[in-house]
Write a new protein. Structure first.
Length: 99
């Protein structure tokens, strides 16, 4: 499978599965409100990565407009920003990263 080959080569520190199909590749089958806003250590052929799942942005789902889901999305995006800073992808300098 091409994804397994890519994971072996890249050995990512961070994986961002977007949408249920991508989430189910790395995470247990749980309702979105039990996945979004959390981070998970996931094992794969390339090692262990931190996974921060995000809902699919298509707009076809009304999930984002229900209950506390906007708060869960904000929490996920804040965690993502923090992790990207920690690996040097974003920061206060103008330096670019290929991480």
């Amino acid at each position: 499978m091409w994804l397994e080959s890519e994971l072996r080569i890249i050995r990512p520190k961070l994986i961002i599965p977007v949408g249920k199909l991508a989430m189910e590749r790395f995470l247990p089958r749980l309702p979105l409100d039990q996945l979004i806003g959390r981070a998970f250590d996931v094992e794969h052929v390339g090692g262990v990565s931190l996974a921060i799942p995000l809902p699919h942005p298509s707009g076809a789902s009304s999930w984002i407009h229900q209950a506390d889901h906007p708060e869960l999305l904000t929490r996920a995006l804040d965690r993502l920003k923090s992790e990207l800073k920690s690996v040097g992808v974003i920061g206060s300098s103008n330096a670019r990263s290929v991480a």
